[in-house]
Design a protein around this ligand. Structure first.
Ligand SMILES: [Zn+2]
Ligand SMILES: [Zn+2]
Ligand SMILES: [Zn+2]
Length: 274
């Protein structure tokens, strides 16, 4: 299994729209891995997680092949994860070569409402996109053989925001954005599972956030509990992502803080194999 991160920022991107804070100025100055777009990741070649407004840029800049995507998992309705108008570009009028193949989109009831609204202006959307509503803790199997389980995140309540467990060929990963320290009902579902790869929300960096999003301290707490439960071990890759501009952080400075603790620091375009 492999995962490619196309976007690794929080909702405002980094450098952020309209922002002249120190972290944004440093990102503009140094460029490269300091330039972060909105959250999106691809598992292997056909399972895409989230669809931010930067999706088209990811396709143009990083050669994200959207035609190869068969399954789209949406975590929640915040605009940096879900831009339904662009998903609905996958129709005969705008997307040649997609005829006869359907994209399967999964998300909660809020996502379903947003998708149906965006789809309502397209007469033949059902020939191109199939929406599947998920409830917390539902497990589905995709046509390409991925077993996907939706877990409840601590984020944007009362919306049922999801974390996803993705499993195929004896490999298993946990994708946990956006979320605070997991709710107890989600910890219960992690019991007895072992992950080869874990992606954790680290929006707040050095700030001590525990609800809604996490910072360094909360990430450590989640890792420690997962370790105690046997969900992760020394072979598990743990990557941090969904970073927000803060203080004088740069990519290198985040790495200086977190690499010694064993974390990978995701950046736009990075890929992990496991
Ligand atoms: Zn977000
Ligand atoms: Zn800023
Ligand atoms: Zn969010």
């Amino acid at each position: 299994m492999q995962i490619t991160y196309y976007g690794t920022s929080a909702s405002e991107a980094w450098p952020a729209l309209f922002c002249s804070c120190r972290a944004c100025e440093l990102a503009r100055k140094y460029g490269g891995k300091n330039i972060r777009t909105r959250c999106q990741a691809l598992v292997d070649t056909s399972l895409l997680i989230d669809f931010p407004p930067d999706t088209n840029y990811h396709a143009q800049q990083y050669h994200l092949n959207l035609q190869a995507v068969k399954t789209l998992l949406i975590t929640h309705s915040h605009h940096d994860h879900f831009f339904p108008q662009d998903i609905c570009m996958r129709t005969s009028n705008f997307a040649e070569g997609t005829e006869g193949s359907k994209l399967f989109v999964y998300g909660n009831d809020t996502i379903e409402k947003g998708f149906r609204e965006a789809a309502s202006i397209h007469s033949n959307i059902d020939d191109f996109i199939v929406f599947h509503r998920l409830e917390p803790f539902d497990t589905i199997r995709t046509e390409e053989g991925y077993e996907v389980t939706a877990l409840l995140a601590d984020h944007n309540q009362p919306e049922k925001s999801f974390l996803y467990i993705i499993k195929k060929d004896n490999k298993q990963m946990l994708y946990a954005h956006d979320t605070g320290i997991f709710p107890e009902c989600t910890w219960d579902r992690l019991e007895g599972k072992r992950f080869d790869f874990v992606s954790l929300d680290c929006t707040a960096l050095s700030r001590d956030w525990r609800r809604g999003h996490m910072g360094f301290a909360a990430v450590d707490e989640v890792r420690d509990r997962m370790e105690e439960m046997g969900c992760i071990d020394s072979k598990t890759i743990i990557a941090l992502s969904h970073f927000a501009h803060w203080a004088d952080f740069t990519h290198d400075k985040i790495c200086e803080e977190e690499n010694p603790k064993g974390y990978q620091v995701a950046y736009d375009g990075c890929r992990y194999e496991f």
